[in-house]
Design a binder for this molecule. Structure first.
Ligand code: NAI
Length: 338
């Protein structure tokens, strides 16, 4: 455990085990730029080690995401291990809320995979250090908006135009973000290829956007202009990258690359990669500003800086003959450790 923490340069790791059945990990990667606002995952994990790996990796990405988005926030994440049976989900999240309160504002809880505004409302009964409540709203549509704008910036950099009409865009995962993204891409005239293990989500996209459904295993290597991973992390390993048939990868999923050096493999194949923690910052931007009580205009103004940030990264990377992921990492490290 200590080796994992050290390798990720994690500040603190909180382990929660409560007689109510709550088992959770809260990782605070960095508090240099401010309190750590991070999502709470509620998932069943195959092992405690995999939960630890997930929370540590995601907390580190949150530090970079907040730093590059110019937010006065550190980076952190929570995972609540989903039990096979729970008598009262609300009670479980309330206990978690009491724990978050004891952290005294060093960690601000938010929505992530498996949690909703209703869960945040339960946490909010015991602490004010929680964002994305019913009152503040779900960040997913804002994440999708940022990714959409980021896809346009990526198309401009790689294909010479930000007009998405008739571009073939493959979306992996039609959840909260993927479906909202599909809606915007369809409105912009893109041809959509989609996959999701949930046939109901796929049917909706086929009916509403004329999307072409593909089996999950085929989507990643299908010929397309832009691949948008919007499902799970760790989708791009070396063999998968060798089989990609796209000009660019630009999607919402956190931690898309199995390891950071794979950005160079993408670069070598001429595939432009939008660093995930840059393009998917819209949800964090929304969570932070709405928690501050800012207006939707302020949120929109900050969201619209995402495409410019990507354009600058791409130009910098081209000038330095390196990958945008490497430039993003250097910039974030300077802010976090410089
Ligand atoms: P979600 O849980 O609503 O949707 C994920 C979707 O992916 C589900 O429909 C699921 O069935 C599908 N899926 C799972 N395995 C798949 C596979 N092998 N192939 C195709 N589809 C598969 O999650 P959400 O909120 O839409 O987030 C999507 C991704 O974006 C996640 O990686 C999340 O961490 C990341 N993200 C989300 C943010 C948000 O505001 N919700 C913010 C930043 C990142």
């Amino acid at each position: 455990m200590f080796r994992t923490m050290e390798a990720a340069r994690l500040e603190t790791l909180h382990v929660v085990s409560d007689p109510s059945g709550l088992q959770a990990l809260v990782a605070i990667h960095s508090s240099r730029l401010g309190p750590a606002l991070g999502g709470c995952r509620y998932l069943s994990y195959p092992s405690e080690e995999s939960a630890l790996r997930d929370v540590v990796r995601l907390a580190a990405s949150m530090s970079r995401k907040a730093a590059l988005a110019g937010l006065p926030l550190g980076g952190g994440k929570a995972v609540i291990l989903r039990p096979p049976y729970v008598a009262s989900r609300a009670a479980l999240f309330e206990v978690f809320g009491r724990f978050v309160d004891r952290l005294g504002g060093h960690f601000i809880a938010a929505i992530d995979s498996g949690t909703s505004s209703a869960d945040m409302d339960c946490i909010a009964r015991h602490t004010r250090h929680v964002a994305c409540t019913s009152e503040e709203g779900d960040p997913a549509p804002h994440t999708a908006l940022g990714v959409f704008a980021g896809i346009r910036a990526t198309a401009l950099a790689r294909l010479g135009s930000d007009n998405l009409e008739d571009l073939r865009i493959a979306i992996q995962g039609l959840g909260k973000v993927g479906y909202a993204l599909a809606e915007q891409l369809h409105a912009a005239g893109a041809e959509l290829l989609v996959s999701d293990p949930d046939p109901g989500r796929v049917r909706l996209a086929v009916e509403a956007f004329g999307a072409h459904p593909l089996p999950c295993a085929e989507l990643l290597c299908t010929p397309c202009d832009i691949l948008a991973p919007c499902a799970l992390g760790g989708v791009l390993d070396a063999p998968t990258i060798a089989h990609l048939r796209c000009a660019a990868v630009a999607g919402a999923a956190n931690d898309q690359l199995v390891s950071e050096d794979l950005a160079e493999q993408l670069e070598a194949r001429g595939i432009l990669y939008a660093p995930d923690y840059v393009i998917n910052a819209g949800g964090l931007i929304h969570a932070y500003y709405s928690h501050q009580g800012a207006s939707s205009g302020v949120v929109a103004e900050h969201l619209l800086q995402i495409p410019q940030r990507l354009t600058d990264l791409y130009a910098h990377a081209q000038a330095e003959h390196c990958s945008p992921a490497w430039v993003a990492q250097q910039q974030a490290d300077r802010l976090l450790y410089g």
